[in-house]
Design a protein around this ligand. Structure first.
Ligand SMILES: Nc1ncnc2c1ncn2[C@@H]1O[C@H](COP(=O)(O)OP(=O)(O)OP(=O)(O)O)[C@@H](O)[C@H]1O
Length: 235
């Protein structure tokens, strides 16, 4: 079943157009990445999907389980089963881990039991009474993902979940996302500049360059195609 279908999406800001006809399709159960260099339009694509105030969508269609998302408010889109983990890993800094998860659960229509988050992220269990502002970057990312997961989404969008994290922590985040996909039936779309992280997490990749999708490849093909990696991803 096609879960998300983005067709001919054109979007941008007051300063100009950034996306020039993006087409993406994600089947239920898949892990997909949107890969591209700095400024290629990855975050703009994500924010268009989740109904953020900016950018402005000029043209196209974004369908989730066949239903059009354009013109819907972001909270309505979240209520349809779509969770977004933005780049900044926004958590409430003064609230504890437990309180952060509780606030996210309270805001959701049909949340998962909060205690289940500690099964998915055992490391959070030991620090559940700690304020978010006192967590390491990796712990904050886990908490941001837990906050998205407790809303019980069908599709989770993650914007550069591994950015700025040490290699060992990157592997923990990668495996947490894989567990969510495999054990919790959550379809995953991640945005990445880090090709290695994208290949570790996702099975299929769309490559975006200056607001255009220039290729769509499996992990196997991407790994083998060094020319492609160099041309569009600067690897
Ligand atoms: N709020 C904004 N107002 C004006 N221009 C913006 C805004 N946000 C992004 N842009 C511009 O849109 C283009 C695409 O940015 P976007 O953040 O989507 O790229 P990206 O691929 O996610 O890159 P990054 O990895 O740096 O986040 C860039 O030229 C950027 O400067």
């Amino acid at each position: 079943m096609t879960l998300l279908q983005v067709s001919d999406l054109e979007a941008g800001y007051e300063t100009g157009r950034v996306l020039f006809g993006i087409d993406l399709e994600i089947e239920a159960g898949e892990t997909v990445s949107l890969l591209g260099r700095n400024g290629a339009g990855k975050t703009t694509t994500m924010r268009s999907i989740v109904g953020a105030e900016m950018p402005t969508v000029f043209h196209g269609s974004i369908r989730f389980r066949g239903e059009e998302l354009l013109e819907r408010k972001s909270h309505e889109i979240a209520g349809m089963g779509l969770s977004y983990v933005p780049e900044a890993r926004r958590c409430f800094p003064r609230l504890t881990v437990e309180e952060n998860i509780h606030v996210a659960a309270t805001a959701a229509d049909d949340p998962l039991p909060e205690a289940e988050m500690y099964d998915v992220f055992p490391d959070l269990a030991d620090i559940r009474d700690r304020a978010a502002k006192n967590l390491s970057g990796g712990q904050q990312q886990m908490l941001a993902i837990a906050r998205a997961l407790v809303a019980n989404p069908d599709l989770m969008l993650l914007d550069e979940p591994c950015e700025g994290l040490a290699p060992l922590i990157v592997r923990e985040v990668e495996s947490a996302i894989q567990r969510i996909n495999e054990n919790r039936d959550v379809t995953v779309l991640i945005v990445e500049q880090n090709v290695a992280a994208a290949m570790a997490i996702a099975d299929r990749h769309y490559i975006i360059e200056e607001g255009h999708i220039v290729d769509e490849v499996t992990t196997e093909k991407l790994r083998a195609d060094e020319e492609l990696q160099q041309e569009y991803l600067g690897v």
